[in-house]
Design a protein around this ligand. Sequence first.
Ligand SMILES: O=P(O)(O)O[C@@H]1C[C@H](O)[C@@H](CO)O1
Ligand SMILES: Nc1nc2[nH]cnc2c(=O)[nH]1
Length: 313
Amino acid sequence: MSVQNMNGTKVKPAKETLPEVEVESNGNGHKMYSYEMLEEIANFLLTKTNIRPIIGIICGSGMGSLADTITDAERIPYEEIPNFPTSTVEGHHGQLVFGRLGEVPVVAMQGRFHYYEGYPLWKCCLPIRVMKLLGVKTLMATNAAGGLNPSYKIGDLMIVTDHINLMGFAGNNPLQGPNDERFGPRFPPMNKAYNYEYRKIAKKVAKELKLDNIIREGIYTCLGGPNFETVAELRMLKMVGVDAVGMSTVHEVITARHCDMKVFGLSLITNECITNYEVEAEANHEEVLDVGKMRQDLLREYISRLVHEFSKV
Ligand SMILES: O=P(O)(O)O[C@@H]1C[C@H](O)[C@@H](CO)O1
Ligand SMILES: Nc1nc2[nH]cnc2c(=O)[nH]1
């Protein structure tokens, strides 16, 4: 469902979240959910479906149709899940889709949570921990991103080799606050964030699908958003080696690695990052969604093949 804002642009109406239950503060005044509360959410989901997913997929902006190829699909709207956040962004439906891709049991998030929606990072990443408690071993995080590497074109797919946690540099991290060892260690390593074996497979499958001309590998960074970047900001990010810029994924990957999930990251390059003041064009969310639509068939085929291959590793 969408409504029009005062400029006539379609937006999702903000939905009320369920009352937040105070458990412990993360030191920034944010209330956090305990392990037991997350277990409750996972147990609720397990009563709603017989699917026991081993791979979790996050659909990026405009990429929700990735979940449409899931068979035996059981859809659970976020509103119906106790203590779950809700999606407020156009292009993010707001439901979990349980089912199979080929033979592989999966769960897909049709709609992720972003910091700019007003959720603290731990809450943006709450579904990852729920996935872990459901038995998910592998996270496939997709996103829409601006292409900063000048060789990238709109519609390219970038296999994420690594990320730069800029929000973390500023002291904002999803793992802030008391650490629960049942998820993972206080100081998790991050030098193997994006699984090497998966990246090799993704390149091989891309070749088989004749995607060589659009497949890239590169470094992603996440900014808090919701505004797109200034020219000066993009020039700075380029200098430090960033290839694609987005507003998600990094904190999800950190949370997944903390609880020992294997991770694959894929960015759809939806727009060119503008690093020149003479350029007339401006970044906009409509273009992001349009490119997602343009690439939907290809993405579905690629992700389905990857799920099949990853399930054998
Ligand atoms: O959810 P993702 O990271 O795929 O979405 C990107 C970042 C913003 O939410 C949106 C901007 O158009 O696209
Ligand atoms: N931060 C950011 N996020 C995006 N998501 C899609 N395109 C972009 C972009 O250019 N910048």
